[in-house]
Design a protein around this ligand. Structure first.
Ligand SMILES: [Zn+2]
Length: 156
């Protein structure tokens, strides 16, 4: 790529000097560690979606950041209410999968990269459940549940 002339750069920098730049030039808020184009795509068309993804990713990271070796999953003490349901990390991972499907391709791919890395850590830090109860194979409507539900849980 040819180097840009210093004059051109100076001119660009000076464009909004001393004035507030128009709204469209302001960057959108970052979304966790998504690259800027993917973050912008996550913000696009669905207000609140990007914030929700950032919140879910930080819950997933916090779970993986817990000290000690093996991590056990714990069901939410109050699974019926939307806020408390996400105390269960498997529910958080479900929500990320659901949101990922709604994203434009660039953001879907970028979120997929982050999730691959986090899922690898999740697999390393958790153990397979040798005998999961029926509810971890399928939900109440009979829809199959993802693999992250069948990791070892705290004794309940
Ligand atoms: Zn609750």
């Amino acid at each position: 790529m040819p180097r840009r002339r210093p004059g051109a750069l100076r001119a660009e920098r000076g464009t909004y000097e001393g004035r507030r730049p128009p709204a469209w030039t302001r960057p959108l808020p970052p979304v966790d560690r998504l690259p800027p184009a993917a973050a912008a795509a996550a913000h696009w068309a669905r207000p609140g979606r990007a914030d929700e993804i950032a919140d879910l990713l930080s819950r997933y990271r916090n779970f993986l950041r817990r000290p000690g070796g093996t991590l056990l999953l714990s069901p939410s003490p109050c699974p019926g209410c939307p806020g408390c349901a996400r105390d269960d990390i498997a529910v958080v991972r479900d929500a990320l999968a659901d949101l990922q499907r709604t994203l434009p391709p660039v953001a879907r791919t970028a979120l997929g990269c982050l999730l691959r890395d986090l899922d690898a850590q999740f697999l390393r830090r958790t153990l397979p459940d040798p005998d999961p109860p029926a509810g971890r194979w399928a939900d109440r409507q009979g829809r199959p549940r993802a693999w992250w539900h069948r990791r070892l849980h705290e004794d309940t």
